[in-house]
Design a protein around this ligand. Structure first.
Ligand SMILES: Cc1cc2nc3c(=O)[nH]c(=O)nc-3n(C[C@H](O)[C@H](O)[C@H](O)COP(=O)(O)OP(=O)(O)OC[C@H]3O[C@@H](n4cnc5c(N)ncnc54)[C@H](O)[C@@H]3O)c2cc1C
Length: 188
């Protein structure tokens, strides 16, 4: 296993949260490394569309590109294609696979975990039928790829994420029949 030099801060996750932290910490003079398993930085919110889509629709959320540029300009070491799969007993040494799937050990005086959230689909009768999908997938298609998931959509689930999904669908001319919210997030 390769042992790399110790960094001041190692950040797991190059989405909006990890990038914002990296920019601040690097500006304060710390040596920062960002690790992300994806081939590009940006995470879910600033995910780049396919080049063919970008050619037709232009840049998706250009503030994401500007944030990545600012992070790189601040001297942050960015390692994409690096999957963090464990932490050693000291709690500060990350066990990582590089893009060639070689094991790497990377130690930070401080470690920030900014690995984001993920959808937790709740199985119900019919959830695998054609035309049923997760809000995240509908959002990915709509926001990044300008492709509506359907002509008329009912959103169901819980939490504020349903709202940006509804907005993205509406912006594409989709008829949003309603939002079925399982919780009570908007109760005063
Ligand atoms: C498909 C989808 C679409 C979304 N669209 C919107 C939207 O339009 N508006 C909105 O407000 N919110 C949206 N969200 C919610 C979104 O998660 C947050 O808004 C925002 O991206 C969170 O930023 P973050 O930096 O915390 O996490 P993320 O953006 O999720 O970034 C986390 C990063 O950590 C990396 N990572 C995770 N685990 C590891 C590991 N073990 N090793 C290395 N790297 C790792 C991931 O590759 C990822 O790049 C969406 C979520 C999904 C799933």
């Amino acid at each position: 296993m390769t042992v790399h030099e110790e960094r001041d801060v190692v950040i797991v996750g190059g989405g909006p949260a990890g990038l914002a932290a990296a920019r601040r910490l690097a500006a304060a003079g710390l040596r920062v490394t960002v690790l992300d398993e994806q081939p590009e930085l940006g995470g879910q919110y600033f995910r780049r569309p396919a080049p063919e889509v970008a050619r037709v629709w232009g840049e998706h959320r250009p503030e994401g590109r500007r944030l990545v540029e600012a992070v790189r300009a601040a001297g942050v070491e960015c390692r994409t294609g690096h999957l963090v799969w464990g932490v050693d007993d000291d709690g500060r040494t990350l066990l990582v696979s590089d893009p060639a799937e070689h094991p790497v050990r990377l130690r930070g005086r401080y470690v920030i975990v900014a690995t984001g959230a993920y959808e937790r689909p709740f199985p119900f009768p019919g959830w695998q039928l054609p035309g049923v999908t997760t809000p995240g997938f509908a959002q990915h298609l709509a926001a990044a790829d300008h492709t509506p998931i359907g002509e008329r959509v009912l959103l169901a689930g819980s939490g504020p994420f349903l709202l940006p999904v509804a907005c993205s669908l509406l912006a594409l001319g989709v008829q949003v029949a309603g939002i079925a919210e399982a919780g009570h997030p908007y109760r005063p």
